[in-house]
Ligand binder design. Structure first.
Ligand code: RAM
Length: 523
């Protein structure tokens, strides 16, 4: 799966201190809350449940404090909902004086599977160090445990690996000190549809738990700022917590450390200092423009938009280097654009759509900040659209095709519809056809699903959009999600782009967008 990793170790990068200072000045305040476990449970293997495990109540949390644990004993706590924070607890000894250290092993799970299925059997291609676990050796008892690492969980398994035969352990005052930069108040959802209200609630908790010092893609993994995720989070933030300064901070972070030629990275680390990752994606870099444009629309913060406009403009110039003489974005087999987690997906047509879409936003920004560019941008938009319509539209099939093999995929249709290629009638027909005669190359992530719903709404297919939200995000809720998952394929619940469902993120930024659709479109 080397296709999904970029390693560009020797790439010269440039720091832009002024932007980095601006980002630094916008580090948000974190709101803290204490969450106690709500239940002590047993996990029962059950093939009828989505990920294969069902929770069964075992005893009350008060009763747990009376239980004495010896070597090999374990317990699973259910915090009742998805949490991001720091675990604290008191460990007491019972019996003879503790004549040996106590060895504990803690496992944290957003889902029950993560605390039930052994991590040492993990075979995925992302580092196993993401799997959330911690060993503790307590030399002195009783001990107040205060874990320094932030964890992300609904379930915690505490396992006593070893104590001596002379003593046992008791656990008390187990708490998660949760953190988020989302303020306590979020305006209520006004939909009168009960199912959409529930979906909205799950969307909002997803966004809230991803809002930390940056908009993280997932608080379990990758715990960092990705541009494609930021773009969708910023939309939901607009209609919920309205923390526009956090969007502003994230824009400055991307602008603050770039490739020497000005390309913004696909993701950024903020510690020990701001470091842009050496991963560059055609679509994600272009989305800097869309995030900036939407930020300006939401805030009217002209000063920030004006200051960052040259960074946005640069992404357009760089993207043109990938356009061939026929006006089409050049294809390649490496990981050059994201679009969706899908190995067999040809990304040319979708990338063409992303480019046109972002160029349109660049045109709107240029109208305000550099009007002399607008005539040129208009011509380019026309040229790229005509190229797509002439070379990628297959009238016989009624679908857009992509790449040398003329592949038909959901992604190609969705992005060329969003880019407004062809007539409005043609686009509506394409969306209807997707529903009736779905192509084999499907949608693998809620990320691409978001764009599918957006394309339906853009074509006026409101009832179909509502049905699409309910069928997909509603199905996650019905399967027990209290935050939305990074990947979800109802027919293949074990699917993971990384080779194991254990490493999937179950509170993922790009999945939180139903709240935006529901609130913005008054669904
Ligand atoms: C995953 C991240 C993120 C996404 C990138 C492309 O590793 O979780 O959400 O934007 O891939």
């Amino acid at each position: 799966m080397s296709e999904a990793i970029q390693i560009n170790e020797q790439l010269p990068m440039v720091r832009h201190p002024h932007f980095l200072q601006a980002a630094d000045a916008l580090i948000p305040k974190l709101y803290r809350q204490i969450q106690s476990p709500e239940a002590v449970i047993d996990a029962v293997a059950d093939e009828h449940v989505l990920f294969g495990w069902r929770a069964q109540p075992l005893c009350s949390v008060a009763e747990l404090a009376q239980r004495e644990f010896k070597s090999g004993d374990s317990v699973i706590l259910d915090f009742g909902r998805h949490c991001v924070g720091y675990l604290q607890m008191l460990c007491h000894n019972a019996g003879s004086p503790p004549d040996a250290p106590a060895h504990l092993h803690l496992t944290f799970g957003e889902t029950l599977s993560e605390v039930c299925e052994p991590f040492d059997e993990y075979q995925g291609w992302l580092s196993s160090s993401w799997l959330q676990q911690q060993d503790l050796w307590l030399d002195v008892l009783p001990a107040a445990v205060n874990l320094p690492r932030r964890y992300c969980c609904r379930y915690v398994r505490i396992e006593v690996k070893a104590v001596s035969r002379k003593f046992r352990l008791r656990f008390e005052a187990i708490q998660l000190h949760t953190v988020t930069s989302a303020p306590p108040h979020c305006p209520p959802c006004e939909s009168t549809d009960a199912e959409l209200q529930t979906i909205d609630k799950v969307s909002v908790l997803t966004l809230k738990n991803c809002m930390q010092e940056v908009f993280e893609d997932g608080p379990k993994r990758d715990r960092r700022l990705w541009l494609g995720d930021l773009r969708l989070q910023a939309l939901v933030n607009d209609v919920t917590f309205a923390q526009h300064d956090l969007v502003r901070r994230c824009l400055y972070l991307f602008a603050g450390h770039t490739r020497q030629d000005g390309m913004v990275s696909a993701n950024v680390f903020v510690k020990p200092q701001v470091i842009a990752d050496d991963t560059f994606l055609f679509d994600y870099a272009l989305f800097f423009i869309d995030v900036l444009y939407n930020y300006l629309q939401s805030t009217e913060d002209v000063a920030t938009a004006r200051e960052l406009w040259p960074v946005a403009r640069r992404q357009i110039t760089l993207a043109f280097a990938r356009v061939d003489d026929n006006g089409l974005v050049r294809d390649s087999g490496d990981w050059w654009a994201f679009i969706d987690w899908q190995e067999s997906l040809n990304k040319q047509a979708a990338a063409q759509g992303v480019f046109i879409y972002c160029l349109q936003r660049a045109l709107w920004l240029a109208e305000r900040f550099e009007p002399e560019l607008t005539a040129d941008y208009r011509l380019h938009i026309q040229r790229l659209k005509t190229a797509a319509q002439q070379q990628l539209w297959d009238a016989k099939q009624g679908y857009f095709v992509s790449g040398a093999e003329r592949q038909v995929s959901w992604a190609s249709q969705i992005w060329l519809v969003l880019a407004e290629v062809g007539s409005a009638q043609q686009r509506e027909a394409v969306m209807r056809k997707l529903l009736g005669q779905p192509p084999a190359i499907a949608m693998n992530t809620p990320y691409l699903r978001h764009h599918f719903i957006a394309a339906l709404l853009q074509c006026g297919l409101r009832a179909e959009a509502i049905a699409g939200i309910k069928a997909y995000w509603g199905a996650m809720v019905n399967s027990g999600a209290d935050t939305f998952w990074e990947v979800f394929d109802p027919k293949h619940p074990e699917f993971s782009p990384y080779g194991s469902k254990l490493i999937n993120s179950y509170c993922h930024a790009w999945s939180c967008t139903p709240a935006w659709f529901i609130r913005l479109y008054g669904l």
